[in-house]
Write a protein that binds this ligand. Structure first.
Ligand SMILES: [Zn+2]
Length: 284
């Protein structure tokens, strides 16, 4: 499903089609009313977005990556997916990628920065500039420096070691401040709350817009109650504000939403709130 915005070509590249989570695990405060018709596990995906401009190939989120040791965050543990084959299927080899941006430095977004080659973690995209907000980098560096000996923090420290540090040591990382213009039609903007410097990518071309929104929202039922926090939100109040900002922005621009964990769609006003219309057609 290629999406075209003027001279921008966007291809969703899915790492994992089905990623089950118990609703109460993902949203500790969720009520049966909020869940509505959703029964059983929530079925998420892991989707990244490859954006090609006339002169740049930009990967928005890099997925979880294979073979990562995540003994605490077991949902992220030891993937073995054909993600790079899927990238090749849309015509892109790792060495073709000019820029890699993760919406944030959680393992399912930046783990794919590196791959295991002969026992060492090498940058997956050997020519790319890896753009990382300095604030986000500082946060994960501190988690790592505290040398946590257990809990989710231990897996975040592993993420820093096996996925982020290797691209820094290879001289491929650029620490940036937001907002940041990657190239014509692609601007990164801070929408914090899920993490300290979570970002979205604003994509524009030919008068049309899309927003790659990472983990600002994790599931479409959050549109009915933007205050519903995801368990991993580091600052729930800021995350709720960012969800509202994203919805307002998407409606204002009639932008296609490109989330990391559910399908593309459009946000519509619904009274004082919003609702979601899945699908990538209509305007883009
Ligand atoms: Zn995520």
């Amino acid at each position: 499903m290629t999406i075209t915005l003027g001279s921008l070509r966007i291809d969703p590249v899915t790492e994992l089609d089905h990623w089950p989570f118990a609703a109460a695990e993902l949203f500790p405060g969720v009520t049966p009313e909020q869940l509505g018709e959703h029964r059983g596990d929530l079925d998420l995906s892991i989707t990244t977005y490859l954006v090609r401009t006339p002169d740049q190939t930009v990967l928005l989120d890099a997925g979880n990556g294979n073979a990562k040791e995540r003994p605490v965050l077991l949902a992220h543990h030891q993937f073995d997916t054909p993600y790079l084959d899927r990238l090749a299927a849309v015509g892109v080899m790792p060495e073709d990628v000019d820029v890699v941006v993760a919406t944030h430095l959680h393992p399912d977004h930046c783990g794919g920065f590196t791959q295991l080659v002969d026992g060492s973690w090498d940058p997956t995209f050997p020519r790319a500039r890896y753009l990382i907000p300095a604030e986000e980098y500082g946060w994960l560096q501190e988690v790592h420096a505290a040398a946590p000996d257990g809990g989710a923090a231990a897996d975040l420290a592993r993420t820093f070691e096996d996925s982020v540090l290797p691209v820094v040591e290879a001289g491929l990382a650029e620490l940036i401040d937001l907002p940041y213009e990657v190239t014509d039609g692609i601007t990164l903007r801070a929408l914090p709350g899920h993490t300290a410097a979570h970002l979205i990518a604003e994509l524009s071309g030919g008068g049309q817009h899309a927003l790659a929104s990472g983990d600002v929202l994790h599931h479409p039922f959050q549109f009915a109650d933007l205050t519903l926090a995801q368990g991993g939100d580091s600052d729930p109040a800021a995350a709720a504000e960012s969800r509202r900002t994203l919805c307002e922005l998407a409606v204002e621009r009639d932008a296609l939403l490109l989330p990391a964990h559910f399908g593309a769609g459009r946000i519509e006003r619904d009274g004082d709130g919003f609702r979601y219309r899945p699908g990538s057609s209509g305007g883009a």
